[in-house]
Design a protein around this ligand. Structure first.
Ligand code: SF4
Length: 230
């Protein structure tokens, strides 16, 4: 597949930083959060509260640093052979000829989301959106993350092609989960995004997990009033 390095967009938005929540931007009058937060929400909503509402910072774990290193290596290799293109050019050209791109920024102000797709295959008959993860377990939170990328891509392009969401074992070719982005899946992810918006506009509480195993390996446990030491 031809490799396209997407480096420009036709549309730009006026962005304001949220006065109280780190990482939230206000775009077209709506709170806009990074899609990767869906992954954190699935782990524990209270982590989101501690990190972004309270501004607590913790050092990156070795797994996080390792994952980021692999990510950058793949990105550098990709750029060596990729042709530059704007987002719109790449989408349009792929209707005739398949291409793949990495680190593709997507944004959907109407749903209050934005983020970077790890890899996207744009083929004449389908779009495949891939998120790289450590391990091979498709968690509900990681599935939701890649579903939200599909929603954002669809909202930007109004593309009618079949769309698939996929999770891939980081550093390999192994797509260990793949799903067609159906109208039912789209409805579900929109519902989840509404719930997320409720956290940031204060209409829903940040619910701490009840799973003691998650708390045990949580980076925020020493700052968390819900952590019960055994
Ligand atoms: S210690 Fe448990 S409840 Fe507290 S933020 Fe971490 S995972 Fe959530």
């Amino acid at each position: 597949m031809e490799q396209k390095n997407i480096n420009g967009y036709e549309k730009n938005y006026e962005i304001k930083e949220h006065p109280d929540i780190k990482g939230i931007q206000i775009i077209e009058g709506k709170n806009n959060f990074p899609i990767s937060w869906l992954n954190k929400q699935g782990y524990c909503e209270y982590q989101l509260y501690l990190e972004y509402m309270k501004g607590i910072e913790t050092p990156a774990t070795p797994e996080m640093t390792h994952g980021s290193d692999i990510h950058h290596q793949l990105e550098d290799i990709f750029k060596q052979d990729a042709t530059p293109a704007t987002f719109e050019e790449a989408v349009e050209a792929s209707k005739d000829k398949a291409s793949m791109s990495r680190e593709v920024f997507v944004i959907a102000p109407e749903y209050g989301i934005r983020g970077y797709i790890d890899e996207i295959w744009m083929k004449p008959d389908e779009i495949v959106i891939i998120d790289d993860k450590p391990g091979r377990t498709p968690y509900f939170s990681t599935m939701n993350q890649v579903r939200a990328y599909c929603l954002a891509f669809k909202s930007m392009t109004c593309d009618e092609r079949k769309m698939k969401a996929a999770l891939r074992e980081r550093g390999t070719e192994n797509l260990f989960w793949i799903e067609i982005f159906t109208p039912e899946v789209e409805k579900e992810i929109k519902f989840t995004l509404e719930r997320m918006q409720g956290l940031f506009d204060g209409t829903r509480p940040f619910v701490p997990t009840k799973n003691a195993n998650k708390c045990r390996s949580c980076r925020y446990k020493r700052y968390c009033e819900h952590y019960k030491q055994e």
